[in-house]
Design a protein around this ligand. Structure first.
Ligand code: ZN
Length: 252
C-alpha cells in the first residue's frame, strides 16, 4: 500500500487528484497529471481538515479511505451504507468516526458509504430520559429505551445500517450492535473511541449466530473492550467471509 506525498507521481496520484476535484468544495481544479506537487498537497490538507483528519498533506490509509479509494490498489468489491442519527455529540467528531470506519473496512475491499446524517430533534422530556439508555444490550431489541432510541427519526431503509449516537448507557459499554428485527442498527455512546462504530457495525454484519462474537486480540476489530488501539484493527478471514455474506454488504 503506497503512501502518497509531495514528490510522488504515477497513476495513483491521478486517482487522488480526480477524487479531490470531484469531492472538495470549493473545487481545487487540480491538473490530473499524476504529479503530487504543492497544489495537490494543499488540496489534500484542505480535504483532511474538512474531514476531521490530521492535515499533514500525506495520503495514507485514512485519507485514502475518506476519499473512497481502496488501499489495495484494486477496486472496492462491496459496499455497506450507514446512516447516522444523533441525540448527542461525540467525544470523537462524526467525521473522524466515519473516516476511521471507512479506513477499517477499505483494506478488505469494502466501501463504507455515508447515507446521510441527522440530529434527532427530540422533545426535551424524551431527550432527558434518553440521555442515559437504560436496560441491557441484547441481540434482538424488543422494548425499553433501546427500542425507543432505535425507533426515533424517519425509518432507515432495511438495506442500510443506522448508527445512533447517544450520551451513555446504564451498562458500562460504549456501544451495542443489537437491534430490532429487520431494522439493522447499532448504538454508540459519546465516549466511544474512533473504532467503536466499526466494531458495532461489524456486529450487525456478522449477525448473532457468528461465533465467537469477540476476539481477545487488540489488533482485531472485534476485541471485546472499546480501548484505544496501538494501530488500526483488522478482521480475521472467518469474520471477513461472514461479513461479505451479509445482505447489508452488497457486492458492487
Ligand atoms: Zn462487541
Amino acid at each position: 500500500m503506497a503512501v502518497l506525498h509531495r514528490g510522488s507521481s504515477g497513476p495513483e496520484v491521478i486517482t487522488v487528484q480526480r477524487e479531490l476535484n470531484r469531492q472538495s468544495f470549493p473545487r481545487p481544479n487540480l491538473a490530473e497529471d499524476g504529479m503530487f506537487g504543492p497544489r495537490t498537497e494543499l488540496a489534500v490538507k484542505t480535504f483532511q481538515r474538512s474531514n476531521g483528519l490530521v492535515p499533514d498533506g500525506i495520503v495514507g490509509p485514512m485519507t485514502r479511505a475518506a476519499l473512497g479509494i481502496p488501499d489495495t490498489g484494486r477496486p472496492f468489491t462491496h459496499r455497506v451504507r450507514l446512516q447516522f442519527r444523533s441525540i448527542s455529540l461525540t467525544d470523537v467528531s462524526f467525521n473522524t468516526i466515519l473516516a476511521h470506519t471507512q479506513a477499517v473496512y477499505a483494506p478488505y475491499g469494502i466501501k463504507i458509504e455515508f447515507g446521510g446524517g441527522m440530529s434527532l430533534g427530540l422533545d426535551s422530556v424524551v431527550a432527558q430520559r434518553l440521555t442515559q439508555i437504560d436496560g441491557s444490550c441484547e441481540w434482538t431489541i424488543t422494548g425499553g429505551e433501546y427500542a425507543e432510541i432505535l425507533g426515533q427519526g424517519p425509518q432507515i431503509p432495511a438495506s442500510d445500517i443506522g448508527v445512533f449516537f447517544v450520551d451513555r448507557f446504564s451498562e458500562s459499554i460504549n456501544g451495542c450492535g443489537g437491534h430490532m428485527a429487520n431494522r439493522p442498527a447499532c448504538i454508540v455512546a459519546r465516549a466511544g473511541t474512533q473504532y467503536c462504530t466499526a466494531h458495532e457495525v461489524a456486529h450487525v454484519l456478522l449477525g448473532s449466530s457468528f461465533s465467537p462474537a469477540h476476539i481477545d486480540d487488540i489488533g482485531n476489530v472485534m476485541h471485546s473492550v472499546d480501548l484505544q488501539r496501538p494501530r488500526m484493527p483488522g478482521f480475521t478471514v472467518e469474520q471477513l467471509n461472514r461479513i461479505k455474506q451479509s445482505p447489508l454488504c452488497v457486492a458492487i
